[in-house]
Each structure stands twice: as structure tokens, then as C-alpha cells.
Design a protein around this ligand. Structure first.
Ligand code: HEM
Length: 160
């Protein structure tokens, strides 16, 4: 078993990894359970512009923390020699983390800047309430998957 004595940076990487996940997934939870429901109190035409303004401010933070999660996770994966588990039935907890991370990299660095925000702005101008509900459903689904990934990561790291 590889311990801190073999690899003294391990606790630092794990702390950075968990911190990045806490801020990133915590932000998603706040947007899903607080921001999107609260937007229903605004006039319909203002809902999506307000959402995009809030999202723009959290977006930069989310990009940074997703990069930190990937870098720290990748370094631990290599140092703990866990790459042999990736893609096997014993490494599903690792596959879950990597797949979730890869999806968010694509979402934040490709889809959003390329067209997602523009599409949302156009759709929101036509029907602010339907677009808010769509966003709420999408965020709730992603949050549920994030919780599943966190729980399986902790269980997997314990060898359960
Ligand atoms: C490229 C992406 C990622 C890689 C390569 C990766 C890899 C790792 C590795 C190697 C560990 C240490 C396991 C151990 O201590 O034996 C770990 C821990 C953890 N990861 Fe990831 N991870 C990634 C993304 C994520 C994501 C997206 C989440 C959650 C949304 C996540 C949540 C966690 C949690 C909660 C732990 C702590 C487990 C514990 O020690 O109890 N990781 N990750």
C-alpha cells in the first residue's frame, strides 16, 4: 500500500482536490437550489439575463476549480498507480470522476463560449419562464450526478 511516507505531496493534492470539488459542486448546489428558484420572483423577461450575469461571475471560478480538480486528481492517479483500475469493474468510482470532469471541461470551455450562452439568451428573450425551468431541470440532474460521483469516490477510495 502506498502511504504518505512514499509520497509526501499526497495529503496536499488530496486537500486541493477535495477543496476544488467542494467549491465547484457547492456552487452548483447554490445555483440549483437558491438562484434558479429565486429568479421566478423577477419579471419573466429579466430571468435569463439575471441568470447569465450570475453565471458569468461564477463561471470563471468554476473553470479554475475544474482545472485544479483535474490536475490534482491526475497527479494522484499517477502517483497511487491507480491508472490500472481505470476502465475496469473495480475502477468504476474513478471512471465516474473522470467522466464527470471531462463533461464539465467540454461544457465550460467549449459549449458555453461557442453557443450555449447565446442560445439561452435568445430562448430566454422568447420565453423566460420556460427557459428558467429548463435550466432548473438541467442543473438538478447535474447536481444529482455530482452527488453520486462524490459518494462513489469516497466509498471507492475506502475500498468499499
Ligand atoms: C480527471 C478527473 C479526476 C481524477 C483523475 C480524480 C482522481 C482521484 C484520485 C486518484 C483520488 C484519490 C483516491 C484515493 O485516495 O485513493 C480522488 C479523490 C476524490 N475525488 Fe477525484 N478525480 C477526478 C475528478 C473528481 C470529480 C469531478 C469529483 C467530484 C465531483 C471528485 C471527487 C473526489 C472525492 C470526493 C475524493 C476524495 C475521496 C476520499 O479520499 O475519501 N473527483 N480523485
Amino acid at each position: 500500500m502506498i502511504t504518505v511516507a512514499h509520497f509526501p505531496m499526497l495529503p496536499v493534492l488530496l486537500a486541493l482536490h477535495v477543496l476544488s470539488v467542494v467549491i465547484w459542486v457547492g456552487g452548483m448546489a447554490f445555483v440549483t437550489t437558491v438562484v434558479l428558484p429565486a429568479l421566478a420572483r423577477l419579471p419573466a423577461a429579466e430571468r435569463i439575463p439575471a441568470f447569465l450575469e450570475i453565471e458569468r461571475r461564477f463561471g470563471l471560478q468554476a473553470r479554475i476549480w475544474v482545472l485544479v480538480a483535474g490536475a490534482s486528481g491526475g497527479a494522484m492517479l499517477a502517483q497511487l498507480h491507480l491508472t490500472i483500475l481505470v476502465g475496469t469493474s473495480h475502477g468504476l468510482w474513478l471512471d465516474g470522476m473522470i467522466a464527470f470532469w471531462a463533461f464539465f471541461m467540454f461544457l465550460l470551455f467549449v459549449l458555453e463560449p461557442a453557443f450555449l450562452h447565446r442560445r439561452l439568451r435568445d430562448r430566454g428573450a422568447r420565453d423566460g419562464e420556460a427557459t428558467r425551468r429548463l435550466l432548473l431541470r438541467g442543473h438538478a440532474l447535474l447536481l444529482a450526478i455530482a452527488i453520486l460521483v462524490v459518494v462513489t469516490a469516497v466509498l471507492g477510495a475506502q475500498g468499499v
